[in-house]
Design a protein around this ligand. Structure first.
Ligand SMILES: [Fe+2]
Length: 325
C-alpha cells in the first residue's frame, strides 16, 4: 500500500512532496470509486494548558494520520466537532487567547490533513458576561473569535466531497447567559435553500455540535413535572439536544437523501437509526475533559466512511491516551 512512510523511504524529497503525492493519489482512489471518502471526526477536544492536553491532541492527530501506515485506509478530511478549546463562554480575554494559541500551535505542528471545523458551545466567547467580564461589544465576542480561528465568515457552511454533500451547522444559540441547541431563522432559511439545491441522488451528511437527536438525555434524565395527562414525565434540558428536532424531522422527510447526522457535545458514543436517518454521537477526544473516561467512553475519535452507494460506516477509535495527573 502507498503510504507517507513508503514515499519518504522511496527517496521523494521531503515530507511535503510525499504528502502532496499521497493526497493526490488517495483522492484519485476515492473519485475512481476504489474506496469510500474517509472522514476523521474529532469532537470535544477541549484543549487547555493543563493535563498535558496539547500532547494528547498531538497523539490523536498522529493516530489519525498513521492509519494507512498500520494497514488501514487513509483519512481524507478531519472534521472537528466543536468544543475545540476547554472553554471561553465563561473565560476572560487572556485565558481565551491562551487556549486558541495552544490550539493553533498543536494544529500547525501536528496536523497536515485538511480540516473543517464546527463551533461548539465552549468555543463561544463571553456569553456568560458575569464571569467572562465581557460587554458584548467586543469585536471577537460570541462566535466571531472561533470563526476567525477557523478562517470563516459564518459559523456554518456546506461543501461537496467524495460524492456526498456535507453540511456543518451552528447549533449553539443564546439562552440567558448560557445556550440552547437550535438553529436561528437565518440558518434555517440557509439550510432549506442549501438542501433544495442538492440533487436528490446525492447523499447528505450533516454535522452539528449538539445532537439533533439523542437518547442519552432521556437515559440520564431526572423526573420532571407531571405531563398534561398527570403521569410522571422526564426533565430534559434544551442544552443537551436540539430543541428544534421536529423541524429537522420535517425537513429530512422532504429530503430522504439526508443519510446521517454526526454530533458531539455529550462525550458518549451512540447510534440511533430513526426515520431513515442515522444519528451518531461520536465520543470525545478529551473523554471526561482529559481526566479519564466519560461514562465508560474512552479518549477517541470516529472514523466515518462515506460510501459511493450512499451508505455510511462509522467506528469509534480510542487513540491510546490515558489521563495525566
Ligand atoms: Fe464538550
Amino acid at each position: 500500500m502507498l503510504t507517507r512512510r513508503s514515499l519518504v523511504k522511496a527517496g521523494l524529497a521531503g515530507l511535503g512532496s510525499a504528502q502532496a503525492l499521497l493526497a493526490s493519489t488517495t483522492a484519485a482512489e476515492v473519485s475512481a470509486g476504489r474506496r469510500p471518502f474517509r472522514i476523521a471526526h474529532l469532537t470535544d477536544i477541549h484543549i487547555q494548558p493543563e493535563l498535558e492536553s496539547a500532547k494528547g491532541l498531538a497523539s490523536c492527530f498522529a493516530h489519525v494520520q498513521s492509519l494507512a501506515e498500520r494497514g488501514d485506509e487513509p483519512v481524507d478530511l478531519i472534521i472537528t466537532g466543536g468544543d475545540t478549546i476547554m472553554d471561553c463562554m465563561e473565560a476572560g480575554r487572556d485565558r481565551t487567547q491562551t487556549q486558541w494559541d495552544l490550539w493553533k500551535k498543536v494544529k500547525a505542528d501536528a496536523c497536515s490533513l485538511e480540516m473543517r471545523s464546527v463551533v461548539g458551545n465552549h468555543d463561544v466567547w463571553g456569553w456568560t458576561k458575569s464571569k467572562a467580564k465581557t460587554t458584548g461589544a467586543e469585536p471577537l465576542y460570541g462566535k466571531a473569535w472561533a470563526c476567525e480561528q477557523f478562517g470563516r465568515a459564518l459559523p456554518y457552511e456546506s461543501f461537496d466531497r467524495g460524492g456526498w454533500h456535507v453540511v456543518l451547522l451552528d447549533s449553539v444559540f443564546p439562552h440567558g447567559e448560557g445556550y440552547i441547541g437550535t438553529l436561528d431563522d437565518a440558518q434555517w432559511d440557509w439550510l432549506e435553500r442549501d438542501l433544495a439545491a442538492v440533487p436528490a441522488t446525492t447523499p447528505v451528511l450533516i454535522v452539528s455540535h449538539i445532537p439533533i437527536l439523542s437518547v442519552h438525555p432521556l437515559a440520564t434524565a431526572a423526573a420532571g413535572a407531571p405531563g398534561k395527562d398527570g403521569k410522571p414525565s422526564f426533565a430534559l434540558s434544551g442544552g443537551l439536544v436540539h430543541v428544534d428536532h421536529p423541524k429537522f424531522q420535517a425537513l429530512f422527510a422532504r429530503h430522504p437523501n439526508v443519510k446521517a447526522c454526526l454530533s458531539g457535545h455529550l462525550h458518549i458514543v451512540e447510534r440511533i437509526d430513526f426515520g431513515g436517518v442515522t444519528y451518531l454521537c461520536n465520543g470525545a477526544v478529551s473523554a471526561s475533559w482529559w481526566k479519564g473516561k466519560h461514562r465508560g467512553t474512552d479518549f477517541g475519535y470516529a472514523v466515518v466512511d462515506l460510501c459511493h452507494d450512499g451508505t455510511l460506516e462509522c467506528r469509534y477509535v480510542p487513540y491510546g491516551w490515558t489521563a495525566r495527573t
